[in-house]
Structure formats: structure tokens, C-alpha cells
Design a binder for this molecule. Structure first.
Ligand code: PLP
Length: 360
């Protein structure tokens, strides 16, 4: 039997998504002790670990399936977001919600638009669905090229995905841009995974536009990337459809419990978000003042920097030798860029010291 003859043709051609390695693996490969690894490559939040989980986790009924309707979780989300319960659904990370939306709206051959450089999962899931992805390049400062986007819309175009703040560039979409796209009657997904760092949301538009979906995550502001939990805000009709087609038990009991705990402790966690924003500004100022580099202002918890006359691969390797791991890209639009996530003040201190020696 030849398995290849059975695998659907379009599935064979999908480039795999390059996720980041966990710190244990980075330590193993670099020979550096796990506690000395400074992991600034996935926009994670080192402060998530500070939630006191012991008692909360041991009280979970792990022998029971979690609630398919996510009642308690959605109630908490409603309090946290100010939206109604029927306007909210949770997913296993915002990643799962991207997948669910694409499966709801895209047939094979339908078109999805994204604005490159951006988060890779929109393209990844669309291709698995057999849809076509039209990637419209952003301008030189990575703002949207609205005219080119509008020019790409035709009968087969169903969805547009915009991250605001955008990963990896850090910039926000404007109200005018979002409204223009909403008026074009596509399904507009605004991915606000970094919302708590930017404090700017378009969720206020959901009562006016049935074609708007907002995505959020607990991976970044709450530091729960390992538990996989995010949520969507949209109109009740679409939320109901998402609830109907999601895996019944998509949110595991631990994720549900800890996300509720995080929302109850939001004051504490948002103080940590403030610290991460300060660290991001320190990294930005440092890079901005180095001759020949171009650092892009960011409303998220990371900075993208073009290393100009320096070879970013070389900078990446020199940082890695000191146990500092940042993100590099194969995307041609940002091939000499690195993206650096903000970490604790200690981590930023070490990062800037090492960078100062590399870029003198
Ligand atoms: C823009 C954007 N959307 C979605 C995600 C995925 O988030 P989650 O961990 O909630 O799946 C990320 C993660 O880096 C991201 O940068």
C-alpha cells in the first residue's frame, strides 16, 4: 500500500508551521543550563508562572469531561470583557479559533486575504482547508496597504485576517481601515491576541457589524501559553455556529480553571503587563539609538528590528551562544530582522548588555 496515494493532494504541499522550541530543548541543544536560558522568541510572558496554582489544580475533577458549553468560563469572560455570554466562545488558544472560523467560512478555492508579514497560522489553516491565500504586502513601515487589499477582493474572497497589534511588526490597524474592510462585506477577523499590551480594541464594533470577529488569547498577557486558551467575540449567531462545530471538550479542565483564576487576578497580572511594556520600551530605545539598525515601534510585547549592515543570523547566533533566544524569519520581507520579546527586567538587562557587545 502506498499511503501517498490516499493523502489528499493539497495536504501534501502544505509547508509545515515552524513553532518555537521549549526552553528544555534549547538548553539541551546549546549545552546551557535550563535556568540560564532567556527565552525571548515566542512573545511569552514569564510572569504567568507567578499564579499560585497548587490548590486550584488539585481540586479539578480530572476524571470528568469539561463543560462543552464552557458556562463558567464564558461567564467569567463576560465579566472580564464586558460582552454578553452569547457573544463569547473559548478555544484551545486563538489558534483553534482561527481554524474553526476558516472551516466555517472557506470552501476549497475560496480566497482569504492576509497582510504580510503577519502571523503564519492564517495561511497555514487556510491551506489545509484547500483555500487560496492572497498575501498583500504591508508598506515600508508595515502599515496596511488598504488600496491593494481592496483591489484583491473578488467574488471568491470570503475572509480577511488582520492582527492588531500585528505579529511580528507590532503595529495597530486603524479604525478607518477596519471600517472600510467591514463595509466591503468580507468576514473580517481582527486578531487581538496582544490586546492587553495595546489597550486598543475593535470589539465595540461587533453590535454594528455582523461580519466582525475579534480573537483574544490568554497566552500573552496572562502567561498561559502552555495551557492553550483563547476566545472569540462576535455576534450570537456566529458564536452559536462556532460552539456547534468545535470539538465538544476543546477547553481542558486545567485551562478552564486557570483562565478563570487569571481573570480573578487580573489586577496582579496587568501590573506585570505594565512591566513588560516598560521592558519593550527599553529594548526599543536601545535599538533605535544604534546606528544602522531600524527598530519598529510596537504596541505589543515585542520589538521587530532590521539589523541593517549587520547580519541578523550572526546576531541571532551570538545571542544564542549566551543563552538568549530570539526569533528569526525566513519571510523575504523581513529576512534581516529579528523579533525580540520583552522578558523580566533581569532578562532585559542581560539582553542589552550582550547586544551592546555584538553591535558596537
Ligand atoms: C497574532 C497572533 N495570533 C494568534 C496567536 C496564537 O495564540 P494562542 O497561543 O492563543 O493560540 C499568536 C501567537 O503568537 C499571535 O501572535
Amino acid at each position: 500500500m502506498n499511503l501517498d496515494n490516499y493523502i489528499r493532494k493539497h495536504i501534501k504541499n502544505i509547508p509545515f508551521y515552524e513553532g518555537v522550541d521549549p526552553s528544555i530543548k534549547l538548553a539541551e541543544e546549546s549545552g546551557i543550563l535550563p535556568e540560564d536560558i532567556i527565552k525571548l522568541n515566542a512573545n511569552e510572558n514569564p510572569f504567568g508562572k507567578t499564579l499560585a496554582l497548587g490548590e486550584n489544580l488539585s481540586s479539578i475533577n480530572i476524571h470528568e469531561y469539561p463543560d462543552p458549553n464552557q458556562k463558567l468560563l464564558r461567564k467569567s469572560l463576560s465579566k472580564y470583557t464586558g460582552k454578553k455570554i452569547d457573544q463569547l466562545v473559548a478555544g484551545s488558544g486563538s489558534d483553534e479559533l482561527i481554524d474553526i472560523l476558516i472551516r466555517i467560512f472557506l470552501d476549497q478555492g475560496d480566497k482569504l486575504i492576509d497582510a504580510q508579514p503577519t502571523f503564519g497560522m492564517y495561511e497555514f489553516f487556510a491551506k489545509i482547508q484547500g483555500a487560496n491565500v492572497v498575501s498583500v504586502p504591508r508598506d515600508e513601515n508595515f502599515n496596511l496597504d488598504l488600496e491593494s487589499i481592496l483591489n484583491q477582493i473578488d467574488k471568491s474572497t470570503k475572509m480577511i485576517f488582520l492582527a492588531s497589534p500585528n505579529n511580528p511588526t507590532g503595529n495597530l490597524a486603524s479604525l478607518k481601515e477596519i471600517k472600510t474592510l467591514l463595509e466591503s462585506e468580507l468576514i473580517v477577523v481582527v486578531d487581538e491576541t496582544y490586546f492587553e499590551f495595546a489597550n486598543k480594541s475593535y470589539s465595540g464594533l461587533i453590535d454594528d457589524y455582523e461580519n466582525l470577529v475579534i480573537l483574544r488569547s490568554f497566552s500573552k498577557w496572562a502567561g498561559l501559553a502552555g495551557l492553550r486558551i483563547g476566545y472569540a467575540i462576535s455576534n450570537p449567531k456566529l458564536i452559536q455556529r462556532m460552539l456547534l462545530i468545535k470539538q465538544p471538550y476543546n477547553i481542558n479542565s486545567a485551562a478552564e480553571q486557570v483562565a478563570i483564576l487569571a481573570m480573578n487576578k487580573k489586577k496582579n497580572l496587568l501590573t506585570k503587563v505594565e512591566i513588560l511594556i516598560e521592558q519593550k520600551e527599553l529594548i526599543f530605545e536601545f535599538l533605535k539609538n544604534k546606528k544602522g539598525l531600524k527598530a519598529y515601534p510596537s504596541s505589543a510585547n515585542f520589538i521587530l528590528c532590521d539589523f541593517g549592515q549587520y547580519d541578523s543570523n550572526d546576531v541571532f547566533n551570538q545571542l544564542a551562544q549566551k543563552g538568549i533566544f530570539v526569533r528569526k524569519f525566513s519571510n523575504q520581507l523581513i529576512s534581516n530582522c529579528l523579533r525580540i520579546s520583552s522578558g523580566t527586567p533581569d532578562q532585559t538587562g542581560k539582553l542589552l548588555q550582550v547586544l551592546d557587545n555584538i553591535i558596537s
